[in-house]
Design a protein around this ligand. Structure first.
Ligand code: PLP
Length: 250
């Protein structure tokens, strides 16, 4: 039997920790067949981002059309999108993107700006599972989101923009907040002591997409993704791959 086909629309991380590379590793580890549309090429390693080359919108469109016209894509994860023209290309094909998960990527772990609130805000209103971390939720709402209470109200406010569900992640608080169908569920976690967390947001959203493609309802997909990220953080916690904070394991 064929594996489920999952698509990532995201940026490349030459250091292999986040972006397209993390997404494809997650897809493979969880039994999906991964396809990819690259929106930007970043030059980066564990110390940070040194250059970003945006892929022209027409090449993003050609990649999307090539994949969607031939392969039975069952779920789609959207990561780094910095160009409004690329957002438009995606919007024009939104109806062909099933089980959509949007990770509103704004800033790299090491601090470089990867996305703009105006562009990411448009994508966040799609009927998707939206997976901002606390900082991304704060940027989208224009106010800080720091405490558990602020995460709960942020999830509800972001849900009002149009997504199917919102998961605000707060790894430092060992708490994620899921807002689905008007209800809030607190998902307590177990903090994993590690500096090697690069790519954990990408991995989380990709794992949700795989489980949605396999037919899980949103809460089960989110729980499975949370468990996969926790195992990856544990697995990579003693790694010293580069000179800076490294990635999680897959
Ligand atoms: N996408 C790309 C291309 C990146 O380089 C990064 C972070 O550096 C991200 C997404 C977001 O990474 P994370 O999963 O650590 O939030």
């Amino acid at each position: 039997m064929n594996p489920p086909v999952v698509l990532t629309i995201a940026g490349s991380d030459s250091g292999g920790g986040a972006g397209i590379q993390a997404d494809l590793k997650t897809f493979a580890a969880l039994g999906a067949f991964g396809t990819s549309v690259i929106t930007a090429i970043t030059a980066q390693n564990t110390l940070g981002v040194t250059a970003i080359h945006p892929v022209p919108a027409e090449i993003v469109a050609a990649q999307l059309d090539a994949v969607l016209s031939d392969l039975p894509v069952a779920a789609v994860k959207i990561g780094m999108i910095s160009d409004p023209d690329v957002a438009k290309v995606i919007a024009e094909r939104a109806d062909a993107l099933p089980n959509l998960v949007v990770d509103p990527v704004l800033v790299a772990t090491a601090g470089s700006r990867l996305g703009e609130v105006a562009v990411v805000g448009v994508l966040s209103a799609y009927p998707c599972v939206l997976t901002p971390n606390r900082h991304e939720a704060g940027a989208l709402l224009g106010r800080p989101v720091e405490t558990a209470e602020e995460m709960i109200s942020a999830a509800a406010e972001l849900a009002a923009l149009g997504p199917r569900a919102v998961v605000v992640t707060g790894s430092e608080l060992a708490l994620d907040v899921l807002h689905l169908d008007g209800e809030t569920t607190l998902l307590p976690g177990e903090p994993v002591p590690t500096v090697n967390n690069h790519g954990s947001g990408c991995t989380f959203s990709s794992a949700i997409a795989v489980r949605l493609a396999a037919g899980d309802p949103v809460p089960a997909a989110v729980a499975a993704a949370k468990d996969y990220v926790r195992r990856g953080l544990r697995g990579g916690s003693t790694w010293k791959l580069g000179q800076g904070p490294g990635p999680l394991d897959h």
